[in-house]
Ligand binder design. Structure first.
Ligand code: C5P
Length: 236
């Protein structure tokens, strides 16, 4: 398998073609942005943490019956994944109020819900990834009715599996964002990443943030927090 031309550069990752049209290489960067690019910086070592943490969680989810794009970890920052066309939705699941939910709805941060919530943002940087509902997603042709059903089912399944899995590492899963993609035959698989960039992880004992909120909110300690997540999950 040979690395070929760069196909795409995003805020936190680059994607390269390979000699296999069905496979691409993701290369994780240390660059960090918040507020749709309004705040820019780097979190030293973040690319390695996000690559390794994502891969270990994707492997675990595959075993639990959630299909993913993961193929093989190639190096500390690079992973071979199945090529997908991304469904232009950010699928967000919440167990505890935080972030935009608290800001928008006036609920106190840390309020635990009786059951998880699910919401979608339409992936469009120029529009600032606006919050949309199920019908908007269909009107925008982001996905079909069948695909939306599959996505919702996987999103709640990922939440149950991940929440229980992280508990053994004393991590409380507050909320997270998922992205899904279509393989060439149309199959929906979990894509993108599952990392401290895309999840809120709180220490289950102290409530300390172990995620990108430290960077977003200028709280400091993000480099150490990312390393701590990797140490807990992978022992490295
Ligand atoms: O900001 P908000 O509270 O809506 O974020 C909910 C979850 O989605 C958080 O875990 C956050 O890390 C994640 N998220 C993300 N990428 C975005 C927006 C939110 O990974 N563009």
């Amino acid at each position: 398998m040979e690395k070929r031309e760069q196909l795409y550069e995003g805020k936190a990752k680059k994607v390269y073609a390979t000699d296999d049209p069905n496979l691409v290489i993701v290369d994780y960067k240390d660059d960090a942005t918040a507020g749709n690019g309004a705040k820019k910086g780097t979190i030293r070592g973040k690319g390695v943490v996000n690559n390794k943490v994502t891969n270990s969680l994707m492997r675990m989810l595959e075993k639990e019956g959630v299909p993913t794009h993961f193929v093989e970890e190639l190096s500390d920052r690079e992973t071979l994944v199945k090529k997908v066309s991304i469904v232009p939705l950010e699928v967000i699941v919440r167990n505890v109020a935080a972030g935009s939910f608290t800001a928008r709805l006036g609920v106190k941060e840390g309020t635990r819900f009786d059951q998880p919530t699910l919401e979608y943002s339409f992936k469009d940087d120029d529009l600032g990834d606006p919050l949309i509902n199920h019908y908007h997603a269909l009107a925008l042709k982001a996905a079909t009715v069948e695909e939306m059903k599959t996505i919702d089912t996987y999103a709640f399944q990922v939440n149950e599996v991940l929440k229980n899995y992280l508990r053994q590492y004393n991590i409380d899963l507050i909320d997270f964002k998922l992205e899904f993609g279509r393989l060439s035959d149309g199959t929906i698989v979990l894509a993108d990443e599952i990392s401290p960039d895309t999840c809120r992880f709180w220490d289950a004992t102290t409530g300390a943030h172990l995620d990108k909120d430290l960077f977003r909110r200028d709280l400091g300690g993000e480099v150490e927090a990312y390393q701590e997540v990797m140490k807990r999950l992978l022992g490295e």
